[in-house]
Design a protein around this ligand. Structure first.
Ligand code: URA
Length: 209
């Protein structure tokens, strides 16, 4: 079963409160999501392997550490996932970025992929799929299906706010995928919104309604 990690760093929790606040406008909302995404990227990369290298400091020769060159891929789920992508890239600029676009079939209500573009060496990369909200879990499960169909074997999922219902659906469908969140909220309401949540993440990021 995939593990769930809640990033309870005070800065993440503080900024998330302003992200939730309905009086936070589009510009500030976008900036805060970007900042929290960076902070979450800092936490999620804690286990990246290091290798030793030699370096000449102004004082002497020394052995020091650099990232062992693990190949990373960030995959935002369109469109709200885009709001977290730049923040992550600020910390890991060498990561490649794939995209997955899904729409909801009006009859079955199931998410259907309409756009998938991934880095070429899918099998060799560790992927972080990102979407601010894990609500019913439908989009996250389908996005990860899209990656796995194309050969991805190492996938993690990162979001700001998750509902217990979405976590359960993800753990059932993808027991190999760990989930990284800033907050685990109470529930979903009858309209599929996370309670208390933050509203529609895409609309708040891009000022649409
Ligand atoms: N998607 C959102 O943007 N917000 C929710 O609360 C649920 C799904």
């Amino acid at each position: 079963m995939g593990k769930v990690y809640v990033f309870d760093h005070p800065l993440i929790q503080h900024k998330l409160t302003y992200i939730r606040d309905k009086s936070t406008g589009t510009k500030e909302f976008r900036e805060l999501v970007d900042e929290v995404a960076s902070l979450m990227a800092f936490e999620i990369t804690r286990d990246l392997p290091l290798q030793e290298v030699n370096v000449e400091t102004p004082v002497c020769e020394a052995t020091s550490k650099v990232l062992a060159g693990k190949k990373l891929g960030i995959v935002p789920i369109l469109r709200a996932g885009l709001g977290m992508t730049e923040g992550i890239l600020k910390l890991i600029p060498a990561a490649k970025v794939g995209h997955v676009g899904l729409y909801r079939d009006p009859e079955t209500l199931k998410p259907i992929e309409y756009y998938v573009k991934l880095p070429r060496d899918v099998e060799e990369r560790d992927f972080i799929v990102v979407d601010p909200m894990l609500a019913t879990g439908g989009s996250a499960v389908e996005a990860i299906n899209s990656l796995k169909k194309r050969g991805a074997t190492s996938i993690r999922f990162m979001c700001l706010v998750a509902a217990p219902e979405g976590v359960e659906v993800m753990q059932e469908a993808h027991p190999d995928v760990d989930i990284y969140i800033a907050a685990l909220d109470e529930k979903l309401n009858d309209h599929g919104y996370i309670v208390p949540g933050l509203g529609d993440a895409g609309d708040r990021l891009y000022g649409t309604k």
